[in-house]
Write a protein that binds this ligand. Structure first.
Ligand SMILES: CC(=O)SCCNC(=O)CCNC(=O)[C@H](O)C(C)(C)COP(=O)(O)OP(=O)(O)OC[C@H]1O[C@@H](n2cnc3c(N)ncnc32)[C@H](O)[C@@H]1OP(=O)(O)O
Ligand SMILES: CC(=O)C(=O)O
Length: 522
C-alpha cells in the first residue's frame, strides 16, 4: 500500500512573498478554489492581521469559500518575547480568522532567538510552548513552522531539539522543519530529518518547508520524505520569497508517479497542469514553458530524431505519460525537423504530402529559418508553406502593386497606402490612411477585397511584434515581424522577415489574411 504524504500549499502566503507578484482578495479566493479543486490537504491563506487585505480575505473566505477537500489555514507567529499569550495581537488575529487549523512560525535556531528576537533561549522555547498551548485551548489544530531549523540544527542541535520538544509536548499536530535560507543540500536534509524522526518518533507529523536558493528545494523536499517527513509545504509553480519555495508541481508527481507515495486524492493529479496555469494566470505570471511536468515545453519535441522515434514508440523521449499530469505531447516544426516531423504535422493538418513534397518543405524550412524565420512561433505561416508544397495556391486575390507615402506635417506623421488588387476578374484600386504603414496597408487591402470576402470584417489583428535579428547592422538590420490575428473562434500567428520592415510586415499580413479567409467559419 502506498504511503500518504500531505501537501500543504502556501502559494497565498509564502508564494506572495516574491517580489513583483501581488494578488487581490478576489484573486486569493479564486486561487484557493483552484487548490481545493486540485485536492491539496492544506491551503495556507495568509497572515490575518498583517494587513487589511488579509483581514478581508479571511472574513470573505469564511462566507464565500466552500472547500470540499482542503483544510484552510491561517498563518502567524508565536507570541512576542516577554509578552503574554492572551494579550498577544498576532495570536488574537489567528483566533479571529476562525480557521480550524493554524500554522505558527517559531524560531528554532539559537542564533535567531538571541540575535533577531534579542531574548534568551529559555524565553525562545517558552514562546513556542505557550503559543501552542493557547491555540490548542481554543480548539485549533496547531502546525508549527520551525524557522531556520536546518541552519540552527547544524550550529546547535540541542536548542533546535528543545524548540521541537516545546511544540510536541504541548500538542502541536505537525512540526515543520524549514530550510528558511534555502542553503541546505539534499544529503544534509535527509540526514537531519532522520535524526529528528528518531528523536520525536511518530507522535507528531514531521513536515518539510524548503526554499530554492541552491536550486535544490524540490530535491530537498524529496530527501526529507525519504528521511521520514510525511507533510510537504510548497507553492504552485515554485513562487516564493527570493528564489522561490519548493515547487509542488514537481514534487507531487515525483512522489506520486515515480515513488510509492500518495499526495492527492484519486483522479486529481491529472488536474495539475490546468490548475498550475490557472493560478499563474490569476497572478499574471506565466508558467515557465520549461517547467517540469506542467510547462508548455515539458513534452514538446523539436529534434527530428526524437520525433521520428516517438512516431514509432510513444514514450521514446518522455519520462512519464503527459496525460498523467494533464499535459500533452507536442511536436515543434523548425529547422531541426526531419521527415517524420513534417509527416506528422501534415497528418495533423490534413495535408497530403508525398516524399518529394516533404523534402521540399524541409529544404524551405531550413533555408527560411537560416534567413531569420521562426516557424515555431508562426503556426499559420507554417501551414501555408506546407499547403503550397502540396501544390495549393490561394486565389483569394492577387496584389498587382502597393505604394506607401508618409508625410510629416508639423509634428504629425501621416501615412497613406494605395493597393491595386485583382479579385477574380475585377481590378480594385483603394487608398487608405493609417496611424502607421502596417495599419494603412491593412486598411487599404481590406477595402479592396472586403466586398468579395465579408469574413474579413471578423478578422482582427491582435498583436504585432517586431524584432531586429542582427543588431550590429543598426538601421540596415534584418527584421522579423510576427502578426497575431483572431476571428473570434481561432487565433493564428504569421511571420515575415526582410531587411525592409514594410516588406516583412506585408509578408506577415498577406499570410494572415489568406489564412483567415482559408479558415473562415462557413
Ligand atoms: C520565514 C517567514 O517567511 S515568516 C513569515 C514572514 N512574513 C511576513 O513578515 C509578512 C507579514 N508581516 C508583517 O506584516 C509584519 O512584519 C508584522 C505585522 C507581522 C509585524 O510587524 P511589526 O510589528 O511592525 O514588526 P516587524 O515587521 O518589524 O518584525 C519584528 C518583530 O517581530 C517579532 N518576531 C519576529 N519573529 C517572531 C516570531 N517567530 N515569534 C514572535 N515574534 C517574532 C520580533 O521580536 C519583533 O518584535 P519587536 O519589534 O517587538 O521586537
Ligand atoms: C516559515 C517559513 O516561511 C520559512 O521558514 O521559510
Amino acid at each position: 500500500m502506498s504511503t500518504p504524504v500531505e501537501i500543504f500549499d502556501t502559494t497565498l502566503r509564502d508564494g506572495l512573498q516574491v517580489e513583483g507578484v501581488t494578488a487581490t482578495v478576489e484573486d486569493k479566493l479564486r486561487i484557493a478554489e483552484q487548490l481545493d479543486h486540485l485536492g491539496v490537504h492544506f491551503i495556507e491563506g495568509g497572515w490575518p492581521g498583517a494587513n487589511p487585505k488579509d483581514i478581508e480575505f479571511f472574513a470573505r473566505a469564511a462566507t464565500d469559500l466552500s472547500l470540499t477537500t482542503s483544510t484552510f489555514v491561517a498563518f502567524g507567529s508565536t507570541r512576542r518575547p516577554r509578552g503574554k499569550v492572551d494579550e498577544d495581537q498576532t495570536l488574537q488575529h489567528l483566533l479571529d480568522a476562525n480557521t480550524s487549523a493554524v500554522c505558527i512560525v517559531a524560531k528554532s535556531s539559537d542564533d535567531h532567538v538571541t540575535e533577531a528576537l534579542k531574548t534568551t533561549l529559555d524565553e525562545g522555547s517558552a514562546m513556542i510552548a505557550d503559543s501552542v498551548e493557547f491555540l490548542l485551548a481554543h480548539d485549533r489544530q496547531v502546525l508549527v513552522d520551525m524557522e531556520h531549523f536546518f541552519d540552527g540544527f547544524k550550529a546547535n542541535p540541542e536548542f533546535s531539539f528543545r524548540a521541537l520538544e516545546a511544540a510536541v509536548v504541548k500538542g502541536a499536530s505537525h512540526v515543520v522543519l524549514c530550510d528558511t535560507n534555502g542553503g541546505s543540500l539534499p544529503h544534509e536534509v535527509e540526514d537531519i530529518v532522520r535524526q529528528v524522526h528518531a528523536h520525536v518518533g511518530n507522535d507528531v507529523v514531521i513536515g518539510i518547508h524548503c526554499h530554492d536558493d541552491t536550486g535544490c528545494a524540490v530535491a530537498n523536499s524529496m530527501a526529507a520524505v525519504r528521511g521520514g517527513a510525511r507533510h510537504v509545504q510548497g507553492t504552485l509553480n515554485g513562487l516564493g520569497e527570493r528564489t522561490g519555495n519548493a515547487n509542488l508541481t514537481s514534487i507531487i508527481p515525483n512522489l506520486q508517479l515515480k515513488q510509492d507515495y500518495t499526495c492527492l486524492p484519486e483522479g486529481r493529479i491529472e488536474r495539475l497542469t490546468v490548475v498550475s496555469h490557472r493560478v499563474a494566470e490569476t497572478l499574471n505570471r506565466a508558467v515557465d514553458p520549461q517547467a517540469p511536468y506542467v510547462g508548455s515545453s515539458a513534452f514538446a519535441h523539436k529534434a527530428g530524431l526524437h520525433v521520428s522515434a516517438i512516431a514509432r514508440a510513444k514514450d521514446a523521449y518522455e519520462h512519464v505519460d503527459p496525460a498523467a499530469v494533464g499535459n500533452g505531447t507536442r511536436f515543434v516544426v523548425s529547422e531541426m525537423a526531419g521527415r517524420a516531423t513534417i509527416q506528422m504535422k501534415a497528418d495533423d493538418l490534413g495535408i497530403e504530402l508525398d516524399g518529394p513534397a516533404i523534402n521540399g518543405v524541409i529544404d524551405d524550412l531550413k533555408r527560411l529559418e537560416h534567413e531569420g524565420y521562426h516557424f515555431e512561433a508562426a503556426d499559420a505561416s507554417l501551414e501555408l508553406l506546407m499547403r503550397r508544397a502540396a501544390g495549393w495556391q490561394h486565389d483569394f486575390f492577387e496584389v498587382e502593386s502597393m505604394r506607401l507615402i508618409t508625410d510629416e506635417l508639423g509634428d504629425v506623421f501621416n501615412t497613406e497606402a494605395t493597393v491595386k488588387v485583382r479579385v477574380g476578374d475585377e481590378r480594385h484600386v483603394f487608398t487608405a490612411e493609417g496611424n502607421g504603414p502596417v495599419n494603412a496597408i491593412d486598411t487599404a487591402l481590406r477595402r479592396a477585397v472586403g466586398r468579395a470576402y465579408p469574413a474579413l470584417a471578423d478578422i482582427h489583428l491582435t498583436d504585432y511584434k517586431v524584432r531586429i535579428l542582427d543588431g550590429g547592422e543598426a538601421t540596415g538590420a534584418v527584421t522579423r515581424v510576427l502578426l497575431t490575428a483572431t476571428n473570434g473562434e481561432r487565433d493564428w500567428t504569421t511571420i515575415g522577415v526582410s531587411a525592409n520592415i514594410i516588406e516583412a510586415s506585408w509578408r506577415a499580413l498577406e499570410d494572415s489574411v489568406v489564412y483567415g479567409l482559408l479558415h473562415a467559419p462557413s
